[in-house]
Structure formats: structure tokens, C-alpha cells
Design a protein around this ligand. Structure first.
Ligand code: APR
Length: 256
């Protein structure tokens, strides 16, 4: 028993990938707090501990989203009513946009989303190690380490949604409201009419081509949400959003 403990301790302390992941996460966490983008009551060491306990020692295909409950309870995140921006299949443009302006915030602009964005991680059964390669891919198994994290973090982001909520969807694809997306399967289902006034869909289109707000999948979206919640949709040419990205002094209200 003694040897076993020492062995796994040595592995977890000296494995370069595990040390790198811890350092990456703590560095990103501290940078985010230093840039005053999050409450300084957050403790990056505690966040790391709560994070690793979700998946270390577990089969990387058997990490339910609830495994990240302790992490989500450790992170202190102020709600940002009226500025929350959801998205689906618009990852690049939505983040190019929010990087330039403070009027909207995506999950990836919050502490926990910022830290994990772009990272891959997993553990292994009966091991103290943390891996950043050889982890199951997004669709390899349902309850994989990374996907369950994004499901859980998205659930928390949607639970906190309040006021006027915006969603940037992709008007260049056949189904802008994709039934298998996180936006459809997790976020919309958690929208609470008691806290949310309206949902505004920004349908990003290429030169007024492609899908319109009449699209059947958007009608499904409208049916999904509580009727007490005001719904509107606007098709906005991608070029208009690009203009707003290149001219960050344009008032946010003029972007769509
Ligand atoms: N393979 C790999 N990664 C995937 C896959 C996949 N098959 N599907 C989704 N992802 C990851 C990618 O990182 C991708 O950019 O999830 C991201 C978002 O996927 P989308 O299908 O574009 O959108 P959606 O599933 O609706 O998730 C976005 O959830 O993250 C929250 O608040 C956020 O509203 C946003 C929504």
C-alpha cells in the first residue's frame, strides 16, 4: 500500500502533462482575475482542486456533468443581466465580437469558461494522473470529461440568465437551432421566465442568403420557450457584425 501511494504521487507530481495543465489553469485563472474580469474573491488554487476532483481517478467516458458541481459551487460569478450572449455554430464570430466589446458576455468570457476554453483533459481509473492527450473525443462517448464540463458550465450559465437574453445562431446552415446542440439540449431548457424578459435571436447570414427567421428550426425554438418570454429574431448580415468588430466604438445597439 505504501509503495502504491508513493508511486501514484510521483506520477501525478512529475508527469509533465499534469503539471502543465495545473499551471495553465492557475495562470489563466489568475490572469482573468487580475484583468478585473472576475471577483477577486475567487481562489485559483481552490478552483483547481475542485476541478481535478471531478475527473481524476475516473474512467474518462464516465464523468457525469454533476461531477463538476463542486467546481461550479467554488467559482464566484456575478450574474450579468441583459448582457448574456448564447450561441450555436457561430463560435468564431461571436467571440471575435465579445473580445472587442463589453456589452455582451458569452460563457467563454466568464472565469470558468475562459479557463477551460481550448483545453483538453481527462483522468484514468485507479490513477492519480491528469492527461491532456489521448482523451476521448467529443462524440466518442456521451459522458466524456470535457463534454460533461461544457454541459455543466452551460447549465450554470443558462440558470443565471436574466433580463434580455441574446443568442447568436448560424443562418448559413440548414438547422440554426440544432436539436443536438448544447444550446438546444441544455441552455434553452433552463431559461426561466421568472428571470428572463426576452430572447433575441441574431441570425448571422451571408449577404441575406441562407436561412431566415421563418426557418422551421427557429419555430421549434420559439415553441420551446415559455410563452411569457418575449421572442424576437433578426437576420443580420455577417458583414454588419464584422464592421462592428473592426469599429469597436460603434454603439452595441447599432450592431443588429
Ligand atoms: N466535436 C468536438 N467539439 C464539439 C462538437 C463535436 N462534435 N460539438 C460541439 N463541440 C464543442 C466545440 O468546442 C464547439 O465549438 O462545443 C462548441 C460549441 O458547439 P456548437 O455546436 O457550435 O454549439 P452548442 O453545442 O450549442 O454550444 C454552444 O453552449 O458553450 C455553451 O453558452 C455556450 O451558448 C453556447 C453553447
Amino acid at each position: 500500500i505504501y509503495l502504491g501511494v508513493v508511486h501514484s504521487h510521483v506520477l501525478s507530481s512529475y508527469s509533465p502533462s499534469s503539471e502543465n495543465l495545473k499551471k495553465t489553469i492557475i495562470d489563466k485563472c489568475e490572469a482573468f482575475i487580475q484583468n478585473n474580469k472576475s471577483s477577486s474573491a475567487n481562489n485559483c488554487q481552490k478552483i483547481w482542486s475542485a476541478f481535478e476532483q471531478a475527473f481524476v481517478g475516473r474512467d474518462p467516458c464516465n464523468v457525469p456533468m454533476e461531477a463538476y458541481d463542486p467546481l461550479m459551487h467554488t467559482v464566484i460569478q456575478d450574474p450579468v443581466c441583459n448582457r448574456m450572449l448564447f450561441w450555436s455554430k457561430t463560435k468564431k464570430i461571436v467571440h471575435d465580437f465579445t473580445e472587442k466589446r463589453d456589452c455582451f458576455l458569452t460563457l467563454e468570457d466568464t472565469l470558468v469558461g475562459f479557463i477551460m476554453n481550448g483545453l483538453t483533459w481527462c483522468g484514468k481509473e485507479k490513477s492519480n494522473e491528469t492527461f491532456t492527450t489521448g482523451c476521448p473525443g467529443w462524440t466518442d462517448c456521451v459522458n466524456n470529461t470535457v463534454r460533461s464540463f461544457w454541459n455543466r458550465a452551460s447549465a450554470a450559465f443558462a440558470d443565471a440568465a436574466c433580463g434580455d437574453v441574446t443568442a447568436m445562431l448560424n443562418g448559413s446552415i440548414a438547422t440554426p437551432f440544432s436539436p443536438t446542440s448544447i444550446f438546444a439540449t441544455i441552455e434553452v431548457k433552463r431559461f426561466k421566465a421568472a428571470k428572463i424578459k426576452s430572447l433575441s435571436v441574431v441570425l448571422v447570414t451571408k449577404e441575406n442568403k441562407g436561412t431566415t427567421c421563418d426557418d422551421p428550426s427557429l419555430q421549434d425554438l420559439q415553441k420551446e420557450i415559455d410563452p411569457k418570454l418575449k421572442y424576437n429574431c433578426k437576420a443580420v448580415p455577417e458583414s454588419k457584425i464584422q464592421d462592428c468588430i473592426s469599429h469597436p466604438d460603434t454603439a452595441c445597439g447599432a450592431c443588429w
